[in-house]
Design a protein around this ligand. Structure first.
Ligand SMILES: Cc1ncc(C[n+]2csc(CCOP(=O)(O)OP(=O)(O)O)c2C)c(N)n1
Length: 344
């Protein structure tokens, strides 16, 4: 096992988070976790098909960035094939995400996408993408559009920011470098959020890249780059808020490297035999949900009964989503050719 990188230490300032906001973050992370656990159960019961990549362990990244971002109606999110939880944080209802996984007509991509292709124009989710790094140019385009509308077309309301999520494996891909160059050159309002979970399927990050500290790659573009403990939602939120403020003020993009870990195999088809016991023992106790729950209770912002009530509510939402997905209709075969080309 390679030496673990020291996780950046984040000191929460007193009064940083009010009860209401703390509970929003907690609920969103629990929703992500329990949703994914239910997906595993449904997958092994044969309810969904193809590859399904779960997000367990990484919840603080999705919640910390997206809940910090979505205060503005022009904000956008783009994802990868590990996209269910980004969709949930972005506000896509659990029913629609689960139905998409079941391939049903009521899914957010109308049953055409499945696990790796969550999409919602209503919730400004630019999509999950099966190809590594494929979302980076799409998100960069959305950020360019926001800036173009404001500066070239004079639309003062166009102050949206895009959050673009991808994995460490994407950072050795050409699209990463091409897009970061353009985004820095044109000072685009975008957050490039690398979820560095140390592995690209079975390829260890430090074996695949000459500079494993990804945030440092920002400097060659003259871009702001920052690393953050991706298991600490308050740390991610603080870093994201700073980057969002800079982007909205026209000061350009930020590359955020969140150091995180997935608690399951690469996909539900992966027996997860390559990662060492020692490595798992380092990361598993750093559960981001337990960390936030601990902080909120220590600060007397909430008690354990309030947290348990949220857990129960979220479980009901997920059980309802499964019922909805199971009873929803399949896409109509007569509509096979619909949604292939854009219509006016
Ligand atoms: C362009 C491309 N090459 C190869 C693959 C096969 N592939 C699927 S997932 C993956 C690993 C990507 O790892 P990373 O970007 O770190 O994301 P993570 O799975 O860790 O979230 C690879 C190589 C692909 N989907 N797309």
């Amino acid at each position: 096992m390679a030496q673990e990188r020291t996780l950046p230490n984040f000191q929460v300032q007193e009064g940083t988070i009010a009860k209401e906001e703390g509970l929003i973050l907690y609920e969103d992370m629990v929703l992500g976790r329990l949703f994914e656990d239910k997906c595993a159960e449904m997958y092994y019961r044969g309810k969904m098909f193809g590859f399904v990549h779960l997000y367990n362990g990484q919840e603080a990244v999705s919640t910390g960035v997206i809940k910090g971002l979505r205060t503005h109606e022009n904000d956008y999110v783009s994802s990868t094939y590990r996209d269910h939880v980004h969709a949930l944080s972005a506000g896509v209802p659990a029913r629609e995400v689960m139905a998409e996984l079941f391939g049903k007509a009521t899914g957010c991509s109308k049953g055409r996408g499945g696990s790796m292709h969550m999409f919602s124009s209503e919730h400004h989710l630019l999509g999950g993408y099966a190809f590594v790094a494929e979302g980076i140019p799409v998100a960069t385009g959305a950020a360019f559009a926001a800036k173009y509308r404001r500066e070239a077309l004079g639309d003062e309301t166009s102050t949206g920011v895009t959050a673009c999520f991808f994995g460490d494996g994407a950072c050795n891909n050409g699209q990463f470098f091409e897009c970061l160059n353009m985004a820095a050159l044109w000072k685009l309002p975008i957050l490039y959020v690398v979820e560095n979970n140390k592995w690209a399927i079975g390829m260890a990050h430090e074996r695949a890249t000459s500079q494993p500290e990804i945030y440092k790659k920002a400097s060659v573009f003259g871009m702001h780059g920052v690393e953050v403990d991706g298991m600490d939602v308050l740390a991610v939120r603080a870093v994201a808020q700073e980057a969002i403020a800079r982007a909205r003020a026209g000061e350009g993009p930020t590359l955020i490297e969140a150091l995180t870990y997935r608690f399951r195999g690469h996909s539900l088809a992966d027996p997860d035999e390559l990662r060492s016991k020692e490595e798992k023992e380092f990361w598993f106790p750093r559960d981001p949900i337990k960390k936030l729950a601990g902080y909120l209770t220590e600060q007397n912002l909430v008690n354990s009964e309030e947290l348990k009530a949220i857990d129960r509510k979220v479980q009901e939402t997920i059980d309802d989503a499964v019922k909805f997905a199971e009873t929803s209709p399949e896409p109509d075969p007569s509509e096979l050719h619909r949604y292939i080309f854009a219509e006016d």
